[in-house]
Design a protein around this ligand. Structure first.
Ligand SMILES: Cc1cc2nc3c(=O)[nH]c(=O)nc-3n(C[C@H](O)[C@H](O)[C@H](O)COP(=O)(O)O)c2cc1C
Length: 378
C-alpha cells in the first residue's frame, strides 16, 4: 500500500528528489486560481494572530503560493464587529488568498459567506478543525466532527449561498476511534467544495504526537475523490515536505508553525524540491532585514497602534533566531523594545551584541541581558 511506505532516508531522499522532482505534480485549481508547473503549491496555513496581512505578504514574497487568513467568527462578521472585518481585509499583493470563517450556526455561516463576497477573496475557507474548547462547545471548528450530517448540511448551505469557491480545512476526526475523513471528503465533495485541507490529526490529538499522514495517502489513493487534497501537519523542513509529498502524494502542502518567524521555509522547500540540496540558513543580517520588513508591513497594513504591533511581533522572534548561536539572548534583547523606533535600534545593535557573545557559552549570554528582558522571558 502506498501509504504504508516508510519515509525515505536522507540519501534516498536526495537521489529520488533529483529524479522525481518534476514528474509528480500536475496542476491544482481552486476557483479561478490554477497552479501548474514543476512543484506542488505551498500554502501558508491559517493561524490566529499570526497569519495577518503583513505576514501573509511576507510569506508570499518568500515563496508561498497561496495564503489563508486566520479564522474569523461568522457571528462577528454579521454583527459588523470592526475588528473581525479588519481581519478580513485583503490586498492584491497577497493573492491568491482565502478567507477563513468559523461558526456553529447555519444561518450565521451562510450570511457571513455571502457578506464576505464584497471583499472578493479568491476563495472562502470553512474551519472545521479548531480544537479550542470555547469554539468546539458551540459546535463550531472541530466540534462539528461529531456530527458529519450537520457538517454536510452546513457546507451545502454555504456553497449554495455564495458565489465564491468554497474550501474546507478540517482534522481527521474527533478522536482515533472515530476517524471519518474519507467519508467527509466524499460528502463534502458531493455538496460542492473545491478543495479540502486536512491537518492529519484528530481533535483529541491536539498538537501532540505525529501527524497521521497515512490518512492523506488514503484520501489520495481513492480514485473517486477528485477535489485537491491539501496536506497539513508537521512539515517543518524541506526534507519533511519532500518525504510527505512523495510518500502520500497530496495535491498541495500547507505549512503552519514552521513558518512562524521563518518565512524562508517556503523558498527552502522549493529549492530542495528542485535541486535536492538545502539552502544555507539565513544570516543574522538577512534575519534582521526580514524583521524590519515584517515590522514595516505590519505598520502599513494592520490597524493596530504601533506599540501593539511591536508587542505582537514577539511571537515570531523564536523563529527568526532559530538555529543561530545565542538565539535566546538575541531574542531577549528585542523584548524590551516598546516602539518601532526602539525595535529598529535594538535590531541595529544585534550584530555587535552577537560579536560580544561570541566567546561565551550559549547558556551565559542570556544572563547578561537586563532583568526586564529576563522577566519578560519568564
Ligand atoms: C498559533 C496557531 C494558530 C492557528 N490558528 C488556526 C486558524 O485560525 N484556523 C485554522 O484552520 N487552523 C489554525 N491553526 C492550525 C494550523 O493551521 C495548522 O493546521 C496546524 O498548526 C498544523 O500545521 P503545522 O504542523 O504546519 O503547524 C493554528 C495553529 C497555530 C499554531
Amino acid at each position: 500500500m502506498q501509504w504504508g511506505k516508510k519515509l525515505f532516508t536522507a540519501r534516498e531522499r536526495i537521489v529520488q528528489g533529483e529524479r522525481h522532482a518534476a514528474n509528480i505534480f500536475a496542476s491544482v485549481q481552486i476557483g479561478q486560481v490554477k497552479w501548474s508547473g514543476e512543484l506542488p503549491p505551498l500554502f501558508l496555513a491559517p493561524m490566529e494572530d499570526v497569519s495577518d496581512a503583513a505576514f501573509r505578504r511576507l510569506c508570499r514574497e518568500m515563496g508561498a503560493d497561496a495564503v489563508v487568513t486566520e479564522f474569523i467568527s461568522s457571528e462577528a462578521l454579521i454583527r459588523q464587529i470592526e475588528k473581525s472585518w479588519q481581519k478580513a481585509q485583503i490586498w492584491d499583493e497577497e493573492r491568491p488568498v482565502g478567507i477563513q470563517i468559523f461558526g456553529g450556526e447555519i444561518d450565521s455561516m451562510r450570511d457571513a459567506a455571502r457578506l464576505i463576497e464584497k471583499v472578493s477573496p479568491d476563495w472562502l475557507d470553512i474551519n472545521y478543525g479548531c480544537p479550542v474548547s470555547k469554539v468546539v462547545c458551540k459546535g463550531a471548528g472541530a466540534g462539528i466532527l461529531r456530527d458529519i450530517d450537520r457538517m454536510e448540511r452546513l457546507t451545502y448551505e454555504i456553497v449554495q449561498h455564495t458565489s465564491l469557491p468554497v474550501t474546507v480545512k478540517t482534522r481527521l476526526g474527533w478522536d482515533v476511534s472515530s476517524i471519518r475523513i474519507v467519508e467527509v471528503a466524499h460528502r463534502l465533495q458531493a455538496v460542492g467544495i473545491t478543495a479540502l485541507a486536512v491537518h492529519a490529526r484528530t481533535r483529541a490529538d491536539g498538537y501532540s504526537g505525529q501527524a497521521r499522514w497515512e490518512w492523506i495517502g488514503m484520501l489520495k489513493a481513492d480514485p473517486t475523490i477528485h477535489i485537491p487534497i491539501i496536506g497539513n501537519g508537521d512539515i517543518d523542513s524541506p526534507q519533511t515536505a519532500w518525504n510527505f509529498y512523495h510518500t502520500y502524494k497530496p495535491d498541495a502542502l500547507m505549512i503552519g508553525r514552521a513558518a512562524i518567524g521563518y518565512p524562508w521555509i517556503f523558498q527552502e522547500i522549493k529549492h530542495f524540491f528542485k535541486t535536492g540540496q538545502l539552502l544555507p540558513p539565513p544570516t543574522l543580517e538577512e534575519r534582521i532585514e526580514m524583521i524590519e520588513k515584517h515590522l514595516a508591513y505590519a505598520l502599513r497594513l494592520l490597524p493596530e497602534p504601533p506599540q501593539k504591533i511591536v508587542l505582537e511581533l514577539r511571537k515570531h522572534y523564536t523563529g527568526y533566531f532559530r538555529g543561530l548561536p545565542h538565539a535566546k539572548a538575541l531574542r531577549l534583547s528585542l523584548m524590551e523594545a516598546r516602539t518601532p523606533e526602539e525595535l529598529r535600534r535594538s535590531l541595529r545593535e544585534l550584530p555587535s551584541l552577537l560579536r560580544s557573545f561570541q566567546k561565551m557559552p550559549d547558556s551565559l549570554s542570556a544572563q547578561t541581558l537586563s532583568p526586564e528582558a529576563a522577566f519578560i522571558q519568564r
